[in-house]
Design a protein around this ligand. Structure first.
Ligand SMILES: [Cu+2]
Length: 91
C-alpha cells in the first residue's frame, strides 16, 4: 500500500549503532523478524530491553541479533549510555 510508512516485510532487519545513536531509532517489523544490531562506533555499546533481551557489550563491528516472536512495542537502550534509546514495534 502506497500510504504505508516504514513497515518492513522482510524477516531480517538491521539497526546500526553509530555516533551514540541507534539508526533507525524506531523500526516496525512483522512477528518472526530477526533484528541485528551492529556497533559502528569505536567504543562499546549494549542493546537492552528490560525483561526482553540483553546483549553483551558490543565492541566495534560486533553484532547482536534477536528474533521477535510476539507483537508489541519493545523499547530498548544502551546500558552504558542510557540516553541512547530505540524502539522496535512488532506487529
Ligand atoms: Cu552505548
Amino acid at each position: 500500500m502506497a500510504s504505508q510508512m516504514t513497515v518492513a516485510h522482510c524477516e531480517e532487519m538491521s539497526v546500526m549503532i553509530d555516533n551514540f545513536t541507534f539508526e533507525p531509532a524506531q523500526l516496525t517489523v512483522k512477528v518472526g523478524t530477526t533484528v541485528t544490531w551492529t556497533n559502528r562506533d569505536d567504543i562499546p555499546h549494549t542493546v537492552v530491553s528490560a525483561g526482553k533481551f540483553r546483549s553483551k557489550a558490543l565492541d566495534t563491528d560486533d553484532q547482536y541479533s534477536f528474533t521477535f516472536t510476539s507483537a508489541g512495542d519493545y523499547k530498548y537502550f544502551c546500558s552504558l549510555h542510557p540516553h541512547m534509546v530505540g524502539m522496535i514495534r512488532v506487529e
